[in-house]
Design a protein around this ligand. Structure first.
Ligand code: XMP
Length: 515
């Protein structure tokens, strides 16, 4: 399913912003991919390469073992844009000099143009840019000239027009560089001369064609969760192969209020997709009886899901493919600050391990896309906002939000409290401003007074966070009146709760979910 149009390669030197750079390139209508800085040139040569962007990174070029690209890349004849550390690479490897800046620059600076370059076409001078660097270029590499400066940085932009190598010491990808996307767009359209647009409309047309070719008359099985990734995967495949797609939705009893009904309405009634809903509520409840350890809960839920899914697949007949909603951020080979792989903090159980076990080929039509692109594809395919804008929901569902033992009664309590929280968030028009909002039910009882009666009931916590990619998160600042309203509704309307807390922990140190 590889895209074969022109590609911009973002070469990752461990930058915190590599994904953001790749996303900005795509926002400019050009396809981009991210590869680690030490990717063999042979592999890079196989791409339909229109240009390369060297990401920034936390290292100094003088550090022993500093990440540096292969020299061959300078001989490929494609334009290269260096960002921050990427600029210093030019100076370090092509005969210039990099030194610690006399004044380290973090934050806003103003860039003045020097000379005339396509990179700065239609950009005002001066213009605000975002700086974040300790080292900087102190002597230009041969063939380069200065194209822009700031008060503390004489070489804020350098370039070699003949070779089409450019370096910017600031970060054009962040919002604090208001003209940054235009600078990136100038690089793509005026320097790399890419003119085949990467649009979701083209993506849909090409994907449908490719899915048809790959699948032929065989049958595809898809595990539908109601989340945006599996939903878009299902509808895209359905458009290609119609009734040869079968979707299985397992109702594990750990879902939010109204969820199974919503999935049925959208997929069966609206799209007319073959949808098989498995009522497995009792099986999950009995498997989870007495389980309180978070990892054991996840494993129990994940394993039972696989068991049920396999049974259903067998019952439905012969499948050749398993569809999965894998996205591009799941497959990027990342360079961590230490150079090593990042560790798994929680085991995320979805349908991992299934294809090998069931001897199925994988069909992952969204593998090239970022989340915002998936949402756009969903929108164009006619999926409702209810699904497209839906907050992430973990595979083990309310199971990891019902802290302590999972019982039907506690799940019902949690489901009702959760529904009130989400309903109020939507009413206050805050849903789209929040990455994720959730309620956890704690196995802690406290004394309360309701009416004239003393009560002894459980506590629930509200959590709402803002985040870019769930790796870090900050708590959402609700107005106090909002929190008061939700707390009062939950205590009045939900049997089993008499105290409501708001979780104000960031990630790290906490995670978004409680278990
Ligand atoms: P944490 O709690 O690790 O969560 O900060 C980060 C994001 O991942 C979601 N999450 C999961 N998603 N299966 C999933 O598909 C899982 O097992 C799982 N556990 C956590 C979580 O909701 C948040 O968006």
């Amino acid at each position: 399913m590889e895209y074969n149009g022109p590609v911009i390669l973002v070469l990752d030197f461990g930058a915190q912003y590599s994904k953001l750079i790749a996303r900005r390139v795509r926002e400019c209508g050009v396809y981009s991919i991210i590869l680690p800085y030490n990717t063999p040139t042979e592999k890079i040569k196989k791409l339909n390469l229109a240009g390369i962007i060297f990401s920034g990174g936390p290292a100094s070029v003088h550090q022993p073992g500093a990440p540096l690209p292969s020299r061959d890349l300078f001989e490929l004849g494609v334009p290269i844009l260096g960002i921050c550390y990427g600029t210093q690479i030019f100076a370090h490897m092509l005969g210039g000099k990099v030194e610690p800046a006399r004044y380290k620059e973090y934050g806003i600076a103003f860039l003045n143009h020097q000379g005339n370059t396509d990179l700065l076409k239609n950009i005002p001078s001066p213009t605000q840019v975002w700086m974040s660097h300790g080292d900087q270029v102190s002597k230009l590499p041969s063939g380069f000239s200065a194209l822009g400066n700031t008060e503390n940085c004489s070489y804020a932009i350098i370039g070699n027009d003949e070779k089409k190598f450019y370096g910017v010491q600031f970060h054009p990808e962040v919002v604090h560089t208001p003209e940054g996307t235009k600078i990136i767009s100038n690089f793509l359209h005026k320097i790399c001369n890419v003119n085949t647009p990467w649009t979701m409309e083209n993506f849909i047309t090409n994907s449908i064609k490719k899915i048809k070719e790959i699948v032929g008359n065989e049958k595809v099985l898809c595990a539908l969760s109601g989340g945006v990734d599996s939903s878009v995967t299902a509808v895209l495949i359905y458009k290609a192969i119609g009734d040869n797609l079968h979707c299985v939705f397992v109702d594990n009893g750990l879902l939010r209020k109204g969820e199974p009904e919503m999935v049925e309405k959208v997929f069966r009634n609206h799209f007319h997709i073959n949808l098989h809903i498995v009522d497995a509520k009792t099986r999950f409840l009995s498997a989870l009886k007495g389980v309180t350890d978070p990892e054991e809960k996840r494993k129990t839920i994940g394993n039972l899901f696989i068991e049920i899914f396999e049974e259903e697949a067998k019952r439905l007949g012969n499948f050749s493919f398993l569809a999965q909603g894998t996205l591009y951020p799941d497959v990027i080979e990342s360079v961590s600050a230490t150079g090593g792989p990042s560790s798994t903090i929680k085991s995320h159980h979805n349908v991992g391990g299934l294809p090998e076990k069931m001897n199925l080929k994988l069909l992952e039509p969204l593998r090239e896309l970022f989340k915002d692109e998936v949402r756009e594809v969903g929108r164009q395919l006619g999926l409702p906002d209810e699904i497209i804008k839906r907050h992430p929901f973990p595979g083990p569902g309310l199971g990891v939000r019902c802290i302590g033992e999972i019982t039907e009664e506690r799940l019902n309590t949690l489901r009702e409290a959760d529904a009130i929280f989400i309903e109020e968030i939507k009413k206050a028009n805050l849903y789209d401003k929040i990455w994720q909002a959730l309620v956890c039910l704690l196995p802690v009882k406290s004394v309360g007074v309701q009416g004239d009666e003393r009560t002894y009931k459980e506590v629930c916590t509200l959590r709402a966070v803002v985040s870019e990619d769930a790796m870090t998160a900050d708590w959402f600042k609700f107005p106090h009146e909002f929190l008061q309203k939700v707390a009062s509704r939950i205590c009045n309307e939900v049997h089993g709760v008499n105290r409501v807390l708001y979780d104000i922990t960031t990630k790290p140190p906490a995670t978004i979910e409680w278990e």
